[in-house]
Design a protein around this ligand. Sequence first.
Ligand code: FAD
Length: 316
Amino acid sequence: MKVIDHIKGAKDTLISFEVLPPLKGKGIEALYKHLDPLMEFKPSYINVTYHRSEHVFKKNTDGSFQKVIIRKRPGTESICAAIMNRYNVDTVPHLICGGFSINDTEDALINLRYLGIDNVLVLRGDAAKNESAFEPEPGGHRYASDLLKQVTNLNAGIYLEDDLKGTQKTDFCIGVAGYPEKHFEAPNMQTDLNFLKAKVDGGADYIVTQMFFDNEKYYAFVKACRDAGITVPIIPGLKPVYSKKQLTILPKTFHIDLPADLSNEILKCKSDEEVEKVGEEWLLHQSRDLKKNGVPVLHYYTLGKPHIVVNVVKNL
Ligand code: FAD
């Protein structure tokens, strides 16, 4: 079932979770162990992130270096199918531009259709680890809006080979990313919003936000979107803080702020166990406030800490 139909049919705020595919070589059991306790909350859907390959340099025995391509977390599409099969829940694979030619993308979408997956979250992806700025694959897409166009084309039965006869239309529900604190490459919020609106006008059914720790930023973002004529649901993305290191890692990696009230409490903690407690309280407070304000879905980035999310959702 499509995310948008879950939202349209809901009488209350829904719950969804986001997980990463397992590290290569680890098997899927650890992911099931991660998800099992979360399933009691009957999430409407589960997102599975996509991780592009990286170039790394491996040292040879003679001291020289060899450039090799590795993919640490393969298998997004099949993980989605495995989750659907085990838990009978809808899934949302993330689909990125980075590392994909348009032919790779078409094949991936065809596979998703064969697997009975109704949803995709369409993203650009970040720059590869060895690049300073995002570079599309030769013959690939530069922006999420270009990838979105390929998905809507396929939804209209338009494949890359225009001589295919009697093609089936796909019917993907399409989500896109939005940034309450602005995407870090955008020159200003207004420009970022214009590009976000272009994704919605291009056929996106809903927006899911980058994580934020100050609900006022989410509310201001929703208002700015509505003022710009964006009417689709805007799903808040939420993440627990659980270690002191995150005070610097989160702003550096995700280009977001942590409010002073939160960072002051974290700085007072003597151990990461104490930080977990603070993070859990904060997330619960954020979630209750968002639910009270009628958000369509609470979308949790569970990222290796399902027990924090379990405690929060239990106490909502
Ligand atoms: P875009 O919408 O393409 O925007 C990228 C930048 O280009 C923005 O600054 C925008 O303002 C600008 N822009 C957009 N269109 C144009 C245009 N036509 N001309 C000029 N400028 C333009 N990354 C992964 O690799 N895997 C994941 O699974 C993943 N999941 C994510 C889930 C969520 C909810 C979020 C918020 C992010 C996720 N990311 C993931 C990270 C995401 O790929 C990065 O934030 C990336 O830098 C931007 O992706 P986007 O889809 O927002 O890009």
